[in-house]
Design a protein around this ligand. Structure first.
Ligand SMILES: C[S@@+](CC[C@H](N)C(=O)[O-])C[C@H]1O[C@@H](n2cnc3c(N)ncnc32)[C@H](O)[C@@H]1O
Length: 264
């Protein structure tokens, strides 16, 4: 868990990293020229990429709020990203100050900024775990030091799964995590799709691949497979901007599906 200071020597500034490219799309400052360069090249072919990042972040806020309002008090957020206010714990603790939040990411730059994720309410708890999502058992073990896994947990995998290919264990990872959750828990998930803009998404995937980053697009049915056995909340699996929007969604497609499923 976080606590000893960040080791910035682990930050590789010679190749783009997903957390930092996403930070650039969101207008953040915690990225390097190599990330900005990839971000600009992707935005040049797909002007919707920064909009999709913002819509995804708003999806995280709306789903977190909705689940906190239904009474969930524990949150496990894997693939947290570089802090961007409001962060998940701020949304959850604004509804329920006693909410307990465990953040997980494997990128050293997120660890370097983890302090911003640990400033929660005095009544609640926020903790950061440096771990790889492909090792879900280790995540569950560490999360269990903070969360009571016999009680409901909102597990969020928001804009994470497109970095984990099926061959790399994406389904095994989700199943292992969901199987460990108590009834009343929820899976919140968003992930990239090529259903709306296949050509732009294909070019984006190729650009990430050239930078050494795996990116996977999934169809509506493929995203649905992650929710097998869960009860999908309305409106089901939809582009993230269309999941219970609070304002009129921006025009144009958002190439990320999102949904929330409840553990029965
Ligand atoms: C696009 S960002 C999403 C951030 C945040 N969840 C959001 O939606 O605003 C994806 C994050 O997933 C993290 N990530 C990618 N692969 C991972 C893995 N195998 N294990 C843990 N984190 C991973 C990246 O480091 C990055 O911070």
């Amino acid at each position: 868990m976080a606590g000893t200071g960040p080791d910035t020597r682990d930050i590789d500034t010679t190749r783009p990293h997903p957390a930092r490219v996403y930070d650039w799309f969101l207008g953040g400052k915690d990225n390097y020229p190599v990330d900005e360069e990839l971000g600009r090249r992707i935005a040049a072919i797909d002007g919707g990429a920064p909009k999709a990042a913002r819509a995804n972040r708003a999806f995280m806020r709306r789903t977190t709020r909705a689940l906190a309002e239904t009474g969930i008090r524990q949150f496990l957020d894997i693939g947290t990203g570089i802090p961007t206010e409001p962060n998940l714990h701020q949304v959850a603790q604004s509804v329920a100050p006693d909410a307990r939040v465990v953040y997980v990411d494997n990128d050293p730059i997120v660890l370097a900024h983890a302090n911003a994720l640990l400033r929660g309410t005095p009544e609640g708890v926020t903790e950061y775990v440096q771990a790889d999502a492909r090792d879900p058992r280790s995540i569950l073990e560490q999360a269990a030091q903070v969360l009571d896994l016999d009680r409901p947990v909102a597990l969020s995998l928001v804009a994470l799964l497109h970095f984990v290919a099926d061959e790399d264990g994406a389904h095994r990872m989700v199943t292992t995590l969901v199987d460990a959750l108590a009834p009343g828990s929820a899976l919140v998930l968003s992930t990239m799709t090529a259903d709306f803009e296949p050509e732009n998404v294909r070019k984006g995937i190729a650009m990430y691949a050239a930078g050494g980053v795996t990116l996977v697009a999934r169809s509506h049915a493929e995203v649905g497979a992650f929710f097998r056995g869960l009860d999908l909340l309305e409106p089901g699996i939809v582009p993230v901007a269309d999941w219970r929007p609070e304002e009129r969604p921006a025009d144009g497609p958002v190439s990320l599906y999102g949904g929330v499923g409840l553990v029965g």
